[in-house]
Design a binder for this molecule. Structure first.
Ligand code: FAD
Length: 452
């Protein structure tokens, strides 16, 4: 109390406040009282508060699809995990939900508008792959007036947003309205066009001033076990694509005849990543009789997000940790799997504990649909595109300059999973935006050279 009296005397008679501090010093003279409710324009002036439409514009100024990231980003590992309020122990700002809410509201209110180009630029860019990397790059370049064509081998644009990630995580109408918006803004989409089959890379280069390769990674990793060629054993993408196509209202024969439909089946998913979680949760929604997930390490060492595992468990999925398939059994179709129990070694030099087989531990589980979800590798693009000058890493990902994302071929850039390896939507969007900046600089120098 004594100190408070000294402090308030000091502020009253000695300290000469500046106009800036005047407002703050009112506590010296004014007793405790409840302030009257103030108008939002006043609050905006004092604290820089912003409201819906403005907040939406701010949120989308660094992200081409905030409503998508709001729905499917692993925020606990990204923005929310780094939130300073979370670190103070208060609990994070729920950035993902806010992003989703704001952007959905923006769509409802008509604040999301197609690109209106002020001055058209005749230079053109060809983008191979209509996933988030290609779409983000295309949108940024179109905003600058460039002519953008996006080629995709699927019959719909969206990449893994449309055919990989299940509808219960990312509703397809959310992706479709984005694509329509880009079309309305003047981006040209050519679907059912596979570079490597319908054109070589060189042929495409002759049609455009610059190229972006954003083809993602699609080659499924295999388990080569006895019985691998039995019926009803599928790679994850085949299962998820069929389910997504069905959800979009397509006729999918393999689903309709029951082959790729989990209904009434004992489903076993092999793998412990996020794609495996999508497969188990899709099987539950298709009314499988039972759903098991085999993973060779334990819960603490699995690559998938803990949140997704929790969700799957809540929905009735049984996780068999420390287990590895040894053989698929059946006559024409798979009927069961022989599984080895695993144990983990002490951490090796990389710090990771290696799974090894526990001797004489095998057991058998029933399975009439097996889904293999062991990750993805890139396709052999230099061969596929008939372009040996395209340099790739030892893993087959495209080698692109770290700063410019330009490949070993001048004027050909690359972004997304095909550079990083299987990653996340938010990184694909960022890479696409970065590539757009580099492509613009490239086109500007090309234009200057033409004029000179
Ligand atoms: P993609 O989205 O893969 O798009 C590439 C496009 O290129 C495709 O449309 C393909 O048809 C096209 N293409 C390929 N080759 C050719 C060719 N030769 N000619 C023409 N077109 C071609 N990330 C998250 O952040 N959250 C999630 O919840 C999440 N869930 C996932 C679930 C699944 C099942 C999978 C497989 C991935 C998931 N991911 C998730 C990862 C995320 O989807 C990818 O990181 C992201 O889509 C990569 O974007 P991209 O544009 O590089 O490639």
């Amino acid at each position: 109390m004594y100190y408070l009296v000294i402090l308030s005397t000091y502020f009253k008679f000695v300290y000469k406040p500046t106009p800036m501090t005047n407002k703050m010093l009112q506590f010296v003279d004014i007793g405790q009282q409840n302030p009257p409710k103030r108008d939002k324009s006043q609050r905006k002036e004092d604290f820089g508060e912003i409201y819906y439409e403005e907040a939406y514009h701010l949120s989308q100024s660094t992200n081409n699809m905030p409503e998508v990231c709001g729905r499917i980003c692993p925020q606990d590992r990204l923005c929310e995990g780094n939130c300073v309020i979370e670190q103070s122990g208060h609990g994070t700002v729920t950035i993902g939900s806010i992003e989703k809410y704001l952007t959905d509201k923006a769509w409802e209110n008509g604040w999301v508008k197609p690109i209106k180009v002020k001055i058209e630029n005749e230079q053109s860019v060809g983008i191979i792959g209509a996933g988030p990397a290609g779409l983000a790059c295309g949108e940024e370049l179109r905003k600058k007036g460039y002519q953008v064509t996006i080629y995709d081998r699927y019959d719909r644009a969206g990449g893994l947003l449309i055919y990989g990630i299940p509808n219960f995580k990312l509703e397809k109408h959310v992706v479709e309205r984005r694509i329509k918006l880009l079309k309305d803004g003047g981006i040209n989409f050519i679907n059912n066009f596979e570079v490597g089959k319908d054109s070589t890379l060189k042929e495409l280069q002759s049609k455009h001033d610059a190229i972006l390769i954003s083809t993602g990674v699609y080659k499924p990793r295999e388990v080569n076990l006895p019985g691998n060629d039995l019926g009803n054993i599928f790679p994850a993408m085949e299962f998820l694509t069929a389910s997504n196509k069905k959800g979009l209202g397509d006729k999918v024969e393999m689903f309709d005849n029951g082959t790729l439909n989990a209904e009434g089946k004992d489903v076993v998913v092999i793998g412990g990543g996020d794609t495996a979680m999508d497969c188990v949760r899709t099987s539950v929604r298709q009314k499988a009789k039972s759903v098991k997930c085999l993973y060779r390490r334990d819960r603490e060492n699995m690559p998938g997000s803990a949140r997704e595992v929790g969700n799957a468990e809540e929905e009735g999925v049984e996780f068999i940790w420390l287990s590895n398939p040894k053989e698929f059994k059946g006559s024409n179709k798979v009927k069961s799997i022989i599984v080895d129990k695993m144990k983990l070694t002490d951490p090796d030099e990389s710090g990771r504990r290696k799974p090894i087989v526990e001797e004489n531990s095998e057991f058998e589980i029933k399975a009439d649909l097996v889904i293999k979800s062991l990750g993805f590798d890139p396709e052999d693009l230099p061969i596929l595109f008939q372009e040996p000058r395209l340099k790739v890493s030892q893993w087959g990902t495209i080698k692109a300059d770290f700063d410019t994302l330009e490949t070993s071929i001048p004027g050909v850039f690359s972004a997304g999973d095909i550079v990083r390896g299987a990653s996340l939507v938010v990184w694909a969007i960022k890479d696409g935006r970065d590539a757009a900046t580099s492509i613009e600089s490239f086109l500007q120098s090309k234009q200057k050279m033409k004029v000179a």
